[in-house]
Design a binder for this molecule. Structure first.
Ligand SMILES: *[C@@H]1O[C@H](CO)[C@@H](O)[C@H](O)[C@H]1NC(C)=O
Ligand SMILES: *[C@@H]1O[C@H](CO)[C@@H](O)[C@H](O)[C@H]1NC(C)=O
Ligand SMILES: *[C@@H]1O[C@H](CO)[C@@H](O)[C@H](O)[C@H]1NC(C)=O
Ligand SMILES: *[C@@H]1O[C@H](CO)[C@@H](O)[C@H](O)[C@H]1NC(C)=O
Length: 477
């Protein structure tokens, strides 16, 4: 009877030990999952139809497919969950030689045996060269996928509507610029009907259809993408879109409300900036470069309080640069270069200098028709690192307050009508490493105190390059 109280703790203790030993081998096998043989067969079949000049798949033999290069199995169930066969030479893209790129990669055919991997959640075949192989419809049957990267693969044809069955997909990258035997190619993929996107509406957070020809979907694209309620990044760079719908309304629905990054650059909208953009109040980065935008910058931008990067360069936007942009609290990069802005800079710069939260790092207003003088408030831009006002019609002296711009690295003012003496206060800016003042009516010398690591200093029309000489110094005209 006395034993009982003693028995219990020791029983409990040995139970713990027993439990520990029971767990131990299990833990061991969990960190070394063993391949399931039917999945191994599927992988071998997949391998057989690929070409592999660089031996990327040389480890794909033996029993334990979980140890093969690029393959990962679930620790608990041993199912293949990840295949990452991205060409390791993909970092050479896109401007290096095709041959080097191709040497590192896979080619051939993509076998439907992949659909036998019922737990595959991650598939990356990017930067390999499938030489215009039709993009496989059966990928839409791997419904366990969460991540699919087929970017830069020279797959071709219509993006299969079966992709709409990938209802768990969080990230889809079909960026379609790539190399072929003739050099850089693009637009091998097209999507004329984007209805299938609705199948991804509650999962997709990242979508890249750059260089995918969407011209056939131009009439409905805004509506189609607006169904993606979880989307955070949408990249439609160079996607042959030719319509920007002005009357569309996003405000009534929750859709696209999470969008943080939107790239619509290099399409042919031929349109003013639409107001529905200002309902995307989570936007941090907005790129609408070179799309034939015209008219002026709407005051609606004041609603985009989280905006950090705004690139509207290379359009024909005009009139003035509105003060609302100066008041955006998080704006770091503003590129309005190559447009038709024809105004003074005062109201915008004054707004910036009054904005206590102003965190602007880079301002590019080059190649517009801006005129008038630069205000002393310029000196208040203490976070600004890059200021490019070149190729405008600014007049008057460079204000001496410029010396207060304590973070300035690049000051580019060439081809204007600045006059007077080069301010000696420039010598106070210890961070300055690029200064281009050529093609103005400035007088005097560059302050001696300025020391340039990478000097490209021009003043007046005289070349004043420091040493060592930069490779490209425009000659005195
Ligand atoms: C990448 O390209 C280089 C040639 O630049 C080649 O020697 C190398 O084998 C390639 N890498 C792989 C993993 O094949
Ligand atoms: C897809 O792969 C390419 C490299 O081939 C990479 O640059 C890109 O970031 C990947 N996309 C995503 C969404 O991870
Ligand atoms: C999506 O899956 C369903 C059910 O499995 C199937 O009937 C349908 O054909 C698939 N849709 C496409 C577009 O492949
Ligand atoms: C895109 O597709 C349309 C037809 O749908 C075609 O007229 C156009 O030439 C294509 N664009 C490119 C760059 O291939």
């Amino acid at each position: 009877m006395d034993l009982k109280p003693n028995f219990r703790p020791s029983f409990f203790f040995s139970f713990l030990i027993f439990f520990f030993f029971l767990q131990k081998p299990d833990l061991g096998s969990a960190s070394n999952p063993k391949c399931i043989s039917t999945e191994r067969q599927a992988l071998l079949t997949f391998k057989q139809s690929l070409t592999d000049p660089s031996g990327l798949l040389s480890s794909w033999s033996g029993l334990d497919c979980c140890k093969w290069r690029g393959v990962r199995c679930d620790r608990r169930t041993s199912h293949v969950i990840k295949i990452d066969l991205r060409n390791p030479n993909q970092t050479l893209r896109p401007y290096d030689y095709y041959g080097e790129f191709k040497k590192g990669g896979l080619g051939g055919k993509i076998d439907p045996s992949l659909t036998r991997l019922k737990y595959l959640s991650y598939l990356d075949l990017s930067s390999n060269d499938f030489n215009f192989l039709a993009i496989p419809e059966f990928i839409g049957r791997i419904v366990s996928l969460r991540y699919l990267n087929l970017s830069f693969t020279s797959l071709s044809g219509e993006v299969p509507p079966s992709f709409g069955n990938l209802s768990k997909l969080e990230s889809l990258d079909l960026y379609a610029q790539t190399f072929s035997d003739d050099g850089l190619t693009a637009y091998t993929l097209h999507a004329s009907n984007l209805g299938w996107l609705s199948g991804l509406s509650s999962s997709l957070t990242y979508l890249n259809l750059g260089f995918v020809n969407l011209s056939g979907a131009s009439d409905t694209w805004v509506e189609d993408f607006s169904r993606l309620s979880k989307l955070k990044e949408l990249h439609l760079y160079n996607s042959e879109l030719n319509k920007l719908h002005l009357s569309f309304s996003l405000s009534s629905s929750a859709n696209l409300k999470l969008l943080e990054v939107l790239d619509l650059s290099r399409n042919s909208f031929n349109s003013p900036i639409p107001n529905w953009l200002f309902d995307l109040t989570n936007l941090r980065k907005l790129y609408i470069q070179q799309v034939l935008l015209y008219s002026s910058i709407p005051s609606g931008f004041k609603k985009l309080k989280l905006l950090e990067t705004l690139d509207l360069s290379d359009n024909t936007l005009g009139l003035e640069i509105p003060a609302v942009l100066g008041y955006l609290p998080r704006l770091k990069y503003l590129d309005l270069s190559v447009n038709s802005f024809r105004s003074q800079i005062h109201s915008f710069l004054d707004a910036l200098s009054k904005n206590k939260e102003n965190s602007l790092v880079s301002l590019d207003l080059s190649s517009n028709s801006m005129y008038g003088t630069l205000p002393e408030s310029l000196g208040a831009l203490r976070n600004l690192q890059i200021l490019d006002l070149s190729d405008n019609s600014f007049t008057g002296p460079i204000p001496s307050s410029v010396g207060n711009m304590a973070s300035l690295k690049e000051l580019v003012l060439y081809t204007n009508m600045f006059s007077g003496a080069i301010p000696q206060s420039l010598g106070d800016i210890s961070t300055l490493n690029k200064l281009i003042l050529s093609f103005n009516k400035l007088e005097g010398r560059i302050p001696k105190r300025l020391k340039f690591k990478d000097p490209s200093i021009y003043a007046g029309n005289d070349l004043l390059c420091g040493k060592p000489l930069p490779k490209k110094c425009p000659r005195k005209q």
